[in-house]
Design a protein around this ligand. Structure first.
Ligand SMILES: [Zn+2]
Length: 172
């Protein structure tokens, strides 16, 4: 099942999503629909608020590098970053909710993440490279943060007209 994407300008993208407490069949169905939606949109990650779900739920491809075409999807419920590496790297990011816009974002290279699976079982993993970047981008979504927030004032000023267009195009 494909879910309707939410776009820049939609207030849900600026809210903090709520903790998930019910690990029920509905959660499983939502996670599956999010994976379908991510594939359909050719994305590498998707967070609940991007499809109108105010839940701390994300799906992501476990990519080793930007060209990894065989990465398996993972579902993370209530994800939390426990540790960030002091080493950072820069990569040009985009977002399914902000079509047509890309920008360089500096992020820690490695992170340790705690999350629950759809059954509620806790896990703790250390991830690096692209996968770490995708997870950080998606966890930001759960806190109402977007990658454009990391851009310089100058870059954001230049993007303003484009962002305004996106907000107008998808406003209902
Ligand atoms: Zn995004």
């Amino acid at each position: 099942m494909k879910l309707q994407l939410r776009y820049y300008g939609d207030p849900i993208l600026r809210k903090r999503a709520s903790e998930v407490h019910d690990f029920d069949p509905q959660l499983r169905a939502e996670a599956e629909a999010m994976i379908d939606t991510m594939y359909e949109a050719a994305g590498v990650g998707l967070a609940g608020p991007q499809v109108g779900l105010e839940k701390r739920l994300l799906v992501a491809l476990q990519m080793e590098d930007p060209d990894d075409n065989e990465a398996e999807p993972i579902v993370m419920v209530n994800p939390e970053i426990l540790e960030r590496s002091p080493e950072n790297w820069v990569f040009e990011e985009g977002c399914l909710s902000i079509p047509g816009i890309r920008g360089d974002v500096t992020r820690p290279e490695r992170v340790r993440v705690r999350y629950q699976d759809v059954a509620g079982k806790p896990h703790e993993i250390e991830v690096d490279a692209m996968f770490a970047r995708v997870i950080q981008h998606e966890i930001d979504h759960l806190d109402g943060k977007l990658f454009i927030d990391y851009l310089s004032m100058g870059e954001r000023t230049l993007l303003k007209p484009k962002l305004k267009k996106i907000a107008e195009k998808y406003a209902s």
